[in-house]
Ligand binder design. Sequence first.
Ligand code: G3H
Ligand code: 13P
Ligand code: ZN
Length: 316
Amino acid sequence: MIVSTQKLFEHAYGKYAVGAYNINNAEQIMGLFKGNMDSKAPFIVQLSKGARSYTDKRLLEAMIRAADEIFPDAVFAVHLDHGDEEACMDCIESGFYSSVMIDASHAEFDENIAICKRVADAAHAKNISVEAELGQLGGVEEHIQVDEADAKLTDPAQAKEFVERSGVDSLACAIGTSHGAFKFSGTQGLHFDVLEDIQKELPGFPLVMHGSSSVPQDEVERINAAGGKMGGAKGVDAAQFIPASKLGVTKINIDTDGRLVWCRVHRESFRDNPEIFDLRPAGKIFMEEYAKYIAHKNEALGSAGQLDSVREFINA
Ligand code: G3H
Ligand code: 13P
Ligand code: ZN
């Protein structure tokens, strides 16, 4: 059942965070839905601009509709991740998305607000909610590299004005995480003090944590043992998720970890089975392994076991 992102947030606020997982293909979709069903968790399926153009957005959306039929008990929202204004308007017009993210975080404060307001006005007319970003994460997104030096933590003093003037429904905050597999090089870490100050400015308002992959070290070791080169890869400690949820984080974005599972399964499969050229054996293992990973992650997010309660809340 595709539901409103805001309803998921209302149920989760202050208690747990909803996992927002990026998908690009059929195997990821199957593993994602199975993992959430196995752990009885509500979730958010998110599609980046790159994912929508990898094969074709219509194919990806049709596969999500099919997964909704294959897993009739699933409770999930569909979200555009890191959209520009054009992608947001396209998703709003399509009517398929529960929410969109307008990422104008590179723009100056007033310009960011103006862009977000145009998107929020169009989205709200269709009952779609909007996530915006204030501050700027480091790392790579949509092929744009943001150097750590240019990454800017969210300024709590700007948060309330930003939300009020733009009319957005949730706020992605830069609190020290970065996109990709190489987080926290040097002295960076999570800034819970900043998060706490943002929540004080915006009590009850859903906050979003991007760049939240844990980059499990056993996964990195297995990738490297099978020919990968990922020395120094490091992620967010999943034990931080519940404390973050108590400070208003209701959505936690995870993409890189799914790519690591894919990479490990396929590298090991090619190394161990040099005679195999069929794509399905490794694909089958990936779906199982990804489902296991998702179920495990949902335990750390606190979303595991919330499915029946969230369904009742939404249907009430
Ligand atoms: O934050 C970016 C997400 O990990 C999506 O990555 O743009 O390569 O699909 P992508
Ligand atoms: P990771 O690169 O840490 O998985 O972050 C993903 C993300 O923020 C998607 O918007
Ligand atoms: Zn992101």
